[in-house]
Structures are given as structure tokens and as C-alpha cells.
Design a protein around this ligand. Structure first.
Ligand code: ATP
Ligand code: MG
Length: 200
């Protein structure tokens, strides 16, 4: 069985993440995609919301797709996990599964700097999608890595979590840029500077 892993900080989860996961699923016949929010170290607290909130936004959203699941291993761990360590553990736990790690163009470009990338490229495939701002150029990667990057087509989505945090903080709407479940959660909980909505 082929399983996609969609990793990210998801602070907040947005439609670029969802479309990347869906494009990868459809293009390569993945039976499931597991969304894996990462741990954010406290000293780097760019995270404007708690790990529990980031996880809850993912859980509420993936409920709406029959093939999407949540994997809370990294977000629930005490420290930062390197992808290589997570993949080793996943393959130990699920030896029958074939993993595909889904990433946007900005991450594809940085693959050579990933901890343990050589071993990682032997263990799994990557599925890369286009993202505005970075050229998706496999020719710029070492051959051993490039050979393990598959490409999936998706429309360019010029949305980032950074931009959404800024919009929300400025009092601007993020509706339809995030899944409905995320929009509702942000409104209800008053995240990113949004005024919590009173029950009416
Ligand atoms: P931030 O601005 O906080 O870095 P982000 O929008 O980049 O947030 P991440 O959680 O950092 O979101 O990204 C998780 C994964 O999703 C990465 O592989 C990233 O390349 C990919 N991704 C994020 N946004 C898009 C997008 N608009 N189009 C395609 N891929 C995306
Ligand atoms: Mg990012």
C-alpha cells in the first residue's frame, strides 16, 4: 500500500497544503495521505498557536476526506524530530507500506541539506509540487536525490501560513484560503489575533 506523508507546521493549515496532498494522492494512486504536523521548538516560537491547536485544525479538516489521516508522532514528541528518524520509525512500525513524502518546491530545493538525505532517498520517494516563488528544478539536485523526486501537477497557489497569520492579525478575512474547518476553528478559538466569536 502506498501512503503519502504531508509534513508541515500547519500554522495554520491552508488550501495549498490540501491541494498538494490531493494532487499527490491522485497522481500516484496513494491509498492514504497522513498529515504530520511538526514539533516547533519553544525558543523558535514563531508558532502563534499551541501544538494542540495546530493538531486540532488538521484533525478537523482531514475528517472530510476518506483517504486523509493525521499522524501526531512529531507534534506530540518533546523535541524536534528529523524526518529521517520519523521515517525509520514508520518503516519499522509499518514494514508493508511504501511511503511518499509530499513537499512544495521550496522544500525540494533544500533537500540536499536535509539531515540524512542519502539514507532518506534510499528509503522513500518524494512527491514535489510547484509553489510560487521557487523554481522546481530537479536538474539542480544531486542525481541520487533527483531520481527519487516524482512530480505532481497542481495549480499554483500563492498562499503561505505566514501571509495568513499576517492577514488575520490585520483583521482581514482568511475565509476560503483555509479549509472551512480551519476557518471555523480560528474564529471560535480566536487564534492569530482574530476576535473570538461569541456563540449565537
Ligand atoms: P510558513 O509560511 O509558516 O512557512 P507554509 O505556508 O510554508 O508556512 P508549511 O507548513 O511550512 O506551510 O509547509 C508544509 C509543506 O507544504 C511544505 O512542503 C511546503 O512546501 C508545502 N506548501 C505550503 N504552502 C504551499 C503552497 N501554497 N503550494 C504548494 N506547496 C505548499
Ligand atoms: Mg514553510
Amino acid at each position: 500500500m502506498k501512503v503519502g506523508i504531508m509534513g508541515g507546521t500547519f500554522d495554520p493549515l491552508h488550501i495549498g497544503h490540501m491541494m498538494a496532498a490531493e494532487a499527490a494522492r491522485e497522481s500516484y494512486g496513494l491509498q492514504e495521505v497522513w498529515f504530520m504536523p511538526s514539533h516547533i521548538p519553544p525558543h523558535k516560537h514563531e508558532a502563534y498557536v499551541s501544538a494542540a491547536d495546530r493538531l486540532a485544525m488538521v484533525e478537523e479538516t482531514v475528517k472530510g476526506h476518506e483517504a486523509f489521516r493525521t499522524l501526531d508522532w512529531e507534534v506530540s514528541s518533546d523535541g524536534v524530530s528529523y524526518t529521517i528518524d520519523t521515517i525509520r520509525k514508520l518503516q519499522e512500525e509499518y514494514p508493508q507500506l511504501d511511503f511518499y513524502f509530499i513537499i512544495g518546491a521550496d522544500m525540494v530545493q533544500y533537500l540536499p541539506k536535509w539531515q540524512g538525505i542519502e539514507e532518506l532517498a534510499q528509503r522513500i520517494n518524494f512527491i514535489g509540487v510547484e509553489r510560487p516563488g521557487t523554481q522546481l528544478d530537479l536538474g539542480a539536485l544531486p542525481q541520487a536525490i533527483a531520481a527519487k523526486v516524482l512530480l505532481a501537477d497542481m495549480p499554483l497557489v500563492e498562499i503561505s501560513s505566514t501571509q495568513l497569520r499576517e492577514r488575520a492579525a490585520a483583521g482581514r478575512s482568511i475565509r476560503y484560503m483555509v479549509p472551512d474547518a480551519v476557518y471555523d476553528y480560528v474564529q471560535r478559538s480566536g487564534l492569530y489575533g482574530v476576535q473570538p466569536r461569541s456563540a449565537d
